[in-house]
Ligand binder design. Structure first.
Ligand SMILES: CC(C)(COP(=O)(O)OP(=O)(O)OC[C@H]1O[C@@H](n2cnc3c(N)ncnc32)[C@H](O)[C@@H]1OP(=O)(O)O)[C@@H](O)C(=O)NCCC(=O)NCCS
Length: 234
């Protein structure tokens, strides 16, 4: 009798070890494919239709369909089957009792999707914008110590500013609280180190800069900490 070999429905994701974070880099340039549009849930389609600019609609569809495809690979589901729900302040999560956490960030034509199994996490990317009045902005959202670090930064102050901003956003996104927590109350530092930051909402959150260069700065924050962050291309 002939043996029937069934092909897997979705390609498996790389092995995600306990404590590890996968950081997927996703390019958003170019048109969204029909398959990308077809995998979206009704709420995502209506959200896409509300963007005023075609460019923003395209980027949203590309990022959301990439998210669905990646989560599907960890869950063994087709992109359209991945159940996504939202927290009180809009943080998306997998709507199933499975150990899989994720967070998304996008800026320009780049998106990062961070995934882990063990804890809530946040990720943020900021394009380095040299037209920003960094001293004024820092006074609004940085701690006094961070302002001091920025003023004393040995290298490019704009990079140090965006590195700190991305660390802060990643911290806030890990908690899923949005801006209900004042950025000025959280000290994450401007240096690209790994550090545990105390939080009243959670025991501790480990914050780490992923990269900070002339173009962009990005960071992750993981409730309770992580072992390593692995960069992957989607
Ligand atoms: C929405 C927010 C969570 C991040 O916004 P952002 O930095 O502009 O955008 P990002 O691309 O990094 O993140 C957006 C993604 O985060 C996710 N997200 C939405 N609400 C979230 C929340 N409460 N917590 C964590 N993640 C959230 C979503 O996946 C969203 O992508 P989607 O719209 O395609 O679904 C929120 O923190 C915000 O409005 N920030 C304003 C920026 C600011 O003033 N920061 C002060 C300096 S520290």
């Amino acid at each position: 009798m002939a043996q029937v070999i069934t092909a897997p429905r979705v390609p498996a994701a790389p092995r995600l070890a306990p404590g590890e974070v996968h950081v997927w880099h996703v390019g958003l340039a170019g048109a969204a494919s029909p398959a990308a549009i077809a995998c979206l849930a009704d709420g995502e389609v209506s959200r896409a239709s509300r963007f005023a600019f075609e460019r923003d609609r395209r980027r949203y569809v590309r990022a959301r369909s990439a998210l669905r495809a990646l989560l599907g690979r960890y869950l063994g589901l087709l992109p359209a089957e991945v159940p996504i729900s939202y927290g009180r302040h809009g943080k998306p999560r997998v709507a199933a009792r499975v150990p899989l956490e994720f967070n998304v960030t996008h800026s320009g034509e780049r998106a990062l999707i961070a995934v882990c199994r063990h804890a809530a996490l946040g990720v943020d990317i900021e394009m380095v914008d040299r037209s920003r009045p960094i001293a004024d902005l820092a006074r609004d959202v940085f701690t006094d110590a961070e302002i001091g670090e920025l003023e004393a930064a040995p290298g490019d102050a704009a990079i140090a500013f965006h590195a700190c901003w991305s660390r802060k956003e990643a911290f806030l996104k890990a908690l899923g609280l949005g801006l209900t927590l004042a950025p000025r109350e959280v000290h994450v530092g401007t240096r690209p180190d790994r550090r545990h930051v105390p939080s009243s909402a959670s025991a501790r959150i480990e914050v780490a800069t992923l990269f900070a260069d002339e173009t962009a700065a990005a960071a992750i924050a993981v409730v309770g900490g992580f072992t390593e962050a692995t960069r992957l291309e989607a």
